[in-house]
Design a protein around this ligand. Structure first.
Ligand code: SAM
Length: 229
């Protein structure tokens, strides 16, 4: 991890920084600082509160519903990919999102994106606390300080499972440009047969991705979409 020199208190990397891939920027010097939604979210703490608790049970519910409604076993889909790499988008203050994704689907690795640096550092510190029990955790959870509209650190077709919650909805500001670029990036990084699990979306994410992905499940609680093989 490279920590910006402007962040005096972080100039000596601490062991939790091993979980972070790439740079952590000061709030006012992030490459996406001109995105108006970023400024709004920074100003209004409530817009980034964690509201998607109980991630593991929600993932289990999604697996069961997709099996029942679409006769697709998402666990088998993931097991068919090696290495099985997941992606968590906009986890906010809920570090449980990338962690439960890793554990529930027995993934080899999860990349997790969040554009508020403070949340990224909180998550890295939380994972540092688990390192004694799982020394390889730093290779299995990779945190990125980035906007979900630029996933260029990830290779095309490299991700078999994406999880996102309470980000692509009308309450969380997002510019048209960021939204469109995010859709393109999701489709690009998703591997053939790979799935996306979405919670707390107002339907706009599903509507847009249905142009590229097959909808396995769509209901107010959770949606699951899959890329064609
Ligand atoms: C309401 S919070 C939801 C947090 C968590 N997913 C949950 O359900 O509890 C929305 C999160 O999305 C993040 N976010 C919004 N737009 C983003 C973007 N373009 N890139 C990265 N993160 C973004 C915000 O910073 C915030 O942490």
């Amino acid at each position: 991890m490279r920590v910006s020199e402007d962040m005096a208190d972080l100039s000596v990397p601490e062991s939790w920084s091993d979980f972070i891939e790439g740079s952590v920027y000061p709030d006012n010097a992030v490459p996406w600082r001109h995105d108006p939604a970023y400024t709004t979210i920074l100003e209004h703490l409530g817009l980034r509160d964690s509201i998607g608790s109980h991630v593991a049970s929600a993932l289990q519910q999604a697996i069961g519903l997709v099996q029942a409604m679409a006769q697709v076993n998402v666990l088998d889909v993931v097991r068919g990919h090696r290495p099985a790499v997941g992606l968590s988008l906009g986890f906010g203050s809920n570090a449980q999102e990338p962690y439960d994704l890793l554990k529930t689907f027995e993934l080899d690795c999860v990349h997790a994106y969040e554009w508020i640096g403070g949340h990224l550092i909180e998550a890295a510190k939380a994972f540092e606390g688990l390192r004694a029990d799982d020394p390889r955790l730093t290779t299995r959870i990779r945190l990125h300080h980035g906007t979900v509209s630029d996933l260029s650190a990830l290779n095309t077709s490299s991700i078999c499972l994406i999880y996102t919650a309470n980000m692509f909805n009308r309450e969380i500001p997002m510019s048209e440009d960021t939204f469109e670029r995010s859709m393109q990036e999701i489709v690009r990084v998703l591997a053939p047969r790979g799935c996306l699990i979405s919670r707390g979306s107002a339907g706009v994410l599903e509507q847009s991705l249905a142009r590229y992905l097959h909808v396995l499940l769509e209901n107010p609680l959770v949606s699951v979409l899959q890329k064609e093989s």
